[in-house]
Structure formats: structure tokens, C-alpha cells
Design a protein around this ligand. Structure first.
Ligand code: DAH
Length: 315
């Protein structure tokens, strides 16, 4: 007899015990009844435990490492591939990691302070409108650029300045803009931000760093060009261009706009608790989707977010 059967038999036999109550003297009934009730409660709880044990041991053990059977699984995992943007973001992070940068991820919901104040956008400044931000009903902002992470990176790695003399962080992330969508514009896309701070950071180091990244990514030497730009969080601010890589049909006279950069504005350093009289910094940021479109000859940025299997299967 199993333990569970024994308990059930015991429970059944309680019936006879209860029947005895009638034969007892009035003064004895209460104590006898209470003792029986307590015994019944103990048996019922033991039965419950025993049933639960039986349930869990009845489950077949699952081998989480087993491969999916070809035709029986709803998830043909063996046939899945990484999204091309994920593959390229991993590669971008790897290149910067090899250059000595720490990689942190951005977030997908942010606020007014990180989007504007911390980046030296004065309240009511027209440059705020230039970012076409979405807003939630509660007033949060899905970040319109990865620069929203600058304050977080500067404060989080502030102690690196004392310990190693520099802050070197790269932040890939998803960004959102409320603008009309066409072959070159998406409301949801990816950017990558870089930040470097030391006592002697220079614009020359900035250009060399970003140039080196593009040369590694495209696997060839490239010429670069800059033009004056405007961003409230850098001074001076530059627009950064690379020559179209030869392997992608470039003949040396095509220039591609890759993003913005500059020396971090003293107000941005100050807000993050870094003394701009002692430290200098540079920052840069540009789109990832464009980079990947160029590399693979993808003609429409909307493919990335479309979930089109025909497109995804090519990677
Ligand atoms: N966040 C800017 C944009 O999306 C690009 C940018 C410009 C990033 C200058 C930077 C920078 O870090 O220093 O338009």
C-alpha cells in the first residue's frame, strides 16, 4: 500500500471514531471531538502534500539542451538567424571594445532631463523641436538619440577619471523619432554613441577614433571630411563624412554623412559633476542602419523593422 493509500484508509476509519461520540458521556464529548478534528486536519494535509509530490514527480524531466526535432516543434530554432541589425551591432561593439571602450546599452524610455537639460538644451530652445520626439501620456520620451545616455555614462564612470585618467564608453541603442517614414527614414532606428574624457582629449583624437572605427568596419583605409555643425551639447560641433568605400562602388568622390560629433560642451561636463577647467571630452554619434544598408546594398531602411521573412532570410 502506498503512503497516499494508507492516509486515505486512515481518513476513512475516522468515520467509526466519530460514531463513537454518541456512546460517550456528555462531559467527554467535547474533548474527544476536538481531538478527532485535529487528527482529521493532520491527515488531510498529509494527503495534500503527498498528492502534490506525486504530481511533480509524474512530470517527465525536460532536457533543455536537446535539439528541436525537425517536424515536431513549433519553433524551428535551428533555422532561425540573428536579425542583421543585431549582428552588426555586435560587430560595432566588438570593434570599439578592441579599441578599449566599455560598452553599455541605452534604454528605450527616457525623460526630459536626459533628453534635453543634461545636454545643454535650454528650456524653450528651438533645437528641442529638431528632434521630433514622441512622448508618452505620462510625459516620458522614447529617446530620439543615444546622446540621452551621456549624463548617465559620465556620472556612472566618473571614478574612472581618478582611477585611470579617462572615461571611454560606447553606447549602442534603439532610438525613435516622430517623422514621416520613407526609404531613408524610419521612426525606429539604431544609433551608436561614443564618449571620451581625459585631461588632454583633443578634436584630433576624436577624428582619429571615429575614422579608425569606420576603417575597421569596412576593412579599408578611408578619407574623412568634416563640416561645421550645431549641437547644443558640443562646442565646436562637426558633421562627419567618410568617403564611400571602394568595395561598395566608391570612386573617391562620393561622401557619406555618418553623424555628428564635437568637443563635449563645458555645461554638459559640469552638470555631470566633472570640472571642465580640468577635463576635456569628445563625443560622437551616428546611425547604425545606414552603415548596414551601405555594407549590404539594402535599398529601403523600412525592411529592418518590417519583419519580412524574405528579407531576413538573406542574412
Ligand atoms: N545625437 C546627435 C543626433 O542624433 C548626434 C551627435 C552629435 C552625437 C554630436 C554626439 C555629438 O555625441 O557629440 O543628431
Amino acid at each position: 500500500m502506498s503512503k497516499l493509500d494508507e492516509l486515505k484508509a486512515e481518513l476513512k476509519s475516522l468515520g467509526k471514531e466519530y460514531a463513537k461520540i454518541k456512546t460517550l458521556r456528555e462531559s467527554e464529548r467535547k474533548a474527544f471531538g476536538e481531538a478527532l478534528n485535529a487528527k482529521k486536519a493532520r491527515i488531510l494535509s498529509a494527503i495534500k502534500n503527498s498528492e502534490n509530490e506525486a504530481d511533480s514527480s509524474a512530470l517527465a524531466p525536460i532536457d533543455l539542451t536537446a535539439p528541436f526535432a525537425e517536424n515536431s516543434s513549433p519553433l524551428p530554432a535551428s533555422k532561425g538567424t540573428k536579425h542583421p541589425l543585431t549582428t552588426e551591432l555586435d560587430l560595432v561593439a566588438e570593434i570599439y571594445r578592441n579599441m578599449g571602450f566599455t560598452i553599455i546599452e541605452s534604454r528605450q524610455l527616457d525623460d526630459e532631463f536626459h533628453m534635453f537639460e543634461s545636454l545643454n538644451f535650454p528650456e524653450g530652445h528651438p533645437a528641442r523641436d529638431g528632434y521630433d520626439t514622441f512622448r508618452t501620456r505620462e510625459g516620458f520620451i522614447p529617446p530620439a538619440h543615444t546622446s540621452t545616455m551621456q549624463y548617465r555614462a559620465l556620472t556612472r564612470f566618473r571614478s574612472d577619471l581618478d582611477n585611470y585618467g579617462q572615461i571611454a564608453v560606447v553606447i549602442p541603442g534603439r532610438v525613435f523619432r516622430n517623422e514621416d517614414v520613407d526609404v531613408t527614414h524610419e521612426h525606429t532606428f539604431y544609433q551608436c554613441e561614443g564618449i571620451f574624457v581625459s585631461k588632454s582629449a583633443t578634436l584630433g583624437q576624436l577624428l582619429a577614433t571615429w575614422k579608425n572605427f569606420f576603417e575597421t568596419y569596412y576593412g579599408q583605409k578611408l578619407n574623412i571630411k568634416t563640416q561645421p555643425g550645431f549641437f547644443p551639447f558640443t562646442e565646436p560641433s562637426l558633421e562627419f563624412q567618410i568617403e564611400k568605400p571602394a568595395a561598395l562602388g566608391g570612386k573617391g568622390d562620393d561622401w557619406l554623412e555618418m553623424g555628428g560629433c564635437g568637443m563635449i560642451h563645458p555645461n554638459v561636463l559640469k552638470t555631470a559633476g566633472i570640472d571642465p577647467d580640468v577635463y576635456k571630452g569628445f563625443a560622437w554619434g551616428g546611425g547604425i542602419d545606414r552603415l548596414v544598408m551601405l555594407k549590404y546594398g539594402i535599398s529601403d531602411v523600412r525592411y529592418f523593422e518590417s519583419g519580412k521573412l524574405d528579407f531576413l532570410k538573406e542574412f
